[in-house]
Design a protein around this ligand. Structure first.
Ligand code: PHE
Length: 341
């Protein structure tokens, strides 16, 4: 039996020196030292021996077991050091200090950015945002804005008609009467959104964006109009940008004024962008025409309440801010263009 034990030890040690992976050592451990392993099988025969021999053989068995455990630990250490050496070899020629590959991130469209910038400026000035339909009644788009059916001002805007009474709104101004119908004065709102006109060239697309503003009652004088729109220009284009208010005409404002800013390209000297005038038109505005209050009623007393309105094209604001000379580039979705913003 002692011979068997020593043979078992020799065999186990030999196999352990051959082991190439930790799993192999684990398997050997179970085979030799496990509850149903080879050593246990031999030990079962201990009872067959004469009593006086048993203690000595027990000792031998313990020594064999210790030797095997020791050999297993050594095998694991040997395998681990081989593995680290191999890992080192694999990473040789790999520069771990190189920066990682950055995932590509999406970004906001320049029109969305400008849209938000415009809205944020007016929100800081105390305006609230309202939303309204893009498919609009002729009534709100024209009639209630003091533009009757045969009015020549209808030719100012080439309209997409859905039916005789329904249009794609040509501007955000229909929101003026819509808001006043719902809310008695004072109101102080902006209405951002899409508008549509049958028009397409370097400065026009059939769909574009506007931000309408309306402030009625509780202030809403021409002085407020000038103050608020001047503040807007300064925040959008910088404090040193000159502003001028130029008399104009809209059927729904009286008096009306268009707002010009000093040319962003030549700073007023005169160039191709500003047609040598030194000025660029950026928005339309005026005092709400008293006729509109007549359409609204709901606490808007034509004789007592005053207010102002303004409307601007977001694409135009963005073109002037970023020096884009063809409005269509915003909608071609060429990422080389979009990535610049
Ligand atoms: N709705 C006008 C346009 O689209 C702009 C405007 C709005 C003018 C409000 C005056 C007051 O040109």
């Amino acid at each position: 039996m002692e011979q068997d034990l020593l043979k078992l030890q020799a065999e186990a040690l030999a196999r352990l020196t051959q082991a190439k992976a930790r799993e192999e050592v684990d398997t050997l451990r179970i085979q030799y030292l496990g509850r149903k392993g080879f050593l246990a099988a031999i030990m079962k025969r201990l009872g067959e021996l004469p009593k006086e021999e048993r203690p000595r053989l027990g000792q031998v068995a313990n020594q064999v077991k210790a030797a095997m455990e020791e050999a297993m630990a050594q095998a694991v250490t040997r395998i681990e050091s081989i593995e680290t050496a191999q890992a080192k070899e694999r990473s040789a020629g790999l520069d771990l200090t190189l920066p990682g590959r950055r995932p590509k991130r999406g970004r906001l469209h320049p029109i969305t950015q400008t849209f938000r910038e415009v809205c944020d400026i007016f929100i800081r000035l105390g305006f609230e945002i309202v939303d309204g339909p893009e498919v609009e009644l002729d009534y709100y788009n024209f009639e209630a804005l003091n533009i009757p059916k045969d009015h020549p001002a209808r030719d100012m805007q080439d309209t997409f008609y859905v039916s005789e009474d329904v249009v794609l709104r040509t501007h955000t101004s229909p929101m003026q009467v819509r808001v006043m119908e719902k809310t008695p004065p004072p109101v102080k709102i902006i209405a951002p959104g899409k508008v549509f006109r049958r028009d397409s060239d370097v400065t026009h697309t059939p769909m574009f964006h506007q931000v309408e503003g309306l402030m009625v009652g509780d202030g809403g004088s021409f002085g407020d109009l000038k103050g608020i729109l001047t503040t807007f220009v300064h925040q959008m284009y910088g404090e040193d940008t000159a502003v001028r208010f130029r008399p104009s005409f809209f059927p729904f404002t009286e008096p009306s004024a268009e707002v010009d800013i000093q040319c962003v390209l030549c700073r007023g000297a005169g160039c191709r962008l500003c047609g040598q005038t030194g000025w660029l038109e950026i928005l339309g505005s005026g005092m709400v025409h008293p006729a509109l209050y007549g359409y609204v009623k709901n606490g808007y007393d034509t004789g007592a309440v005053t207010g102002f309105a303004f409307g601007m094209g977001v694409e135009r604001i963005a073109m002037l801010k970023y020096g884009v000379d063809d409005i269509r580039s915003f909608y071609e979705n060429d990422v080389r263009f979009l990535n610049q913003f």
